[in-house]
Write a protein that binds this ligand. Structure first.
Ligand SMILES: [Zn+2]
Length: 265
């Protein structure tokens, strides 16, 4: 059971999968392809027209009948999946696929994958230096076009920058051992910085061993596979910073309110 091949869900097909990546199905998995062709659920994703998240559902043109035959889509050729925003039927996400044999490829979409995915990282511009924020968006754009090594290199630089930030604040501590840190691999560096980094990162540090590999050792596919994990790690660090920022500004506000009250009594 556990070694059954995992196929993208309809949402992953529509929102996350880069263009032109070919997904081949085994006979046992054909039903997963049917679920895409006849997708009739809802998806919570960014609507560029509303400029916020919205719930989308299938936009069928004219009458349609739904087939339940798992292989109905095999060799069907080009097909379109359109989704409409629940706030306005004019807000449409358009996706085109082609099914040749038992393979499905996404061959077009509007809006682009990058514009659907960039909204969720916009908030990080507040806690990430401009240079690195631009690299983050560039990296998401590259990954959405299936560029593995290129997108990964940008993410790696951002990740290393955030680790270096944590390192700088750890340096102040009297028990800090700089020599050990310099010689450590990324996995061990995360461990050494456990007091500065979010727990999730520290508990899952083995995911980051790929960051110690040299550029020439990385394959295109290895990078694409590691991309979501490293991106998640970056988001977790940045979420933590955003949370601290929010807390600090709330405390400052409370302090101000208390002083103002004290003055009136
Ligand atoms: Zn909308």
């Amino acid at each position: 059971m556990s070694d059954a091949k995992k196929y993208p869900t309809p949402k992953e097909f529509l929102i996350d999968l880069p263009l032109y990546e070919t997904i081949s199905f085994e006979d046992e998995g054909l039903e997963e392809g049917r679920k895409l062709l006849y997708f009739d659920g809802t998806i919570d994703t960014y609507c560029p027209e509303c400029n916020q998240h919205s719930i989308f559902s299938r936009h069928w043109k004219g009458t349609h009948t739904i087939s339940h035959k798992p292989d109905v889509w095999v060799n069907v050729g080009r097909f379109v999946v359109e989704l409409k925003c629940s706030r306005s039927p004019e807000h449409i996400l358009f996706f085109m696929f082609t099914a040749e044999g038992k393979s499905i490829q996404k061959i077009g979409q509007l809006p682009s994958i990058a514009s659907l995915n960039l909204f969720d990282v916009k908030k990080y511009s507040k806690v990430l230096e401009k240079k690195y924020f631009q690299e983050l968006t560039k990296s998401i754009g590259l990954a959405s076009h299936g560029v593995g090594v290129g997108s990964f290199v940008y993410l790696r630089r951002i990740f290393e920058f955030l680790i270096e930030e944590a390192h700088q604040s750890a340096l102040i501590s009297s028990s800090w051992n700089e020599e050990v840190f310099i010689k450590a691999r990324m996995k061990e560096k995360i461990e050494l910085l456990s007091s500065e980094l979010p727990d999730f990162l520290v508990n899952n540090k083995s995911m980051y061993s790929i960051l110690s590999k040299g550029i020439h050792e990385l394959s295109e596919n290895e990078c694409l596979a590691a991309f979501p994990v490293i991106k998640l790690g970056i988001e977790i660090i940045l979420d933590d910073k955003l949370e601290k920022m929010r807390r600090d500004s709330k405390l400052a506000e409370a302090q101000k309110a208390i002083s103002a009250l004290a003055n009136t009594i």
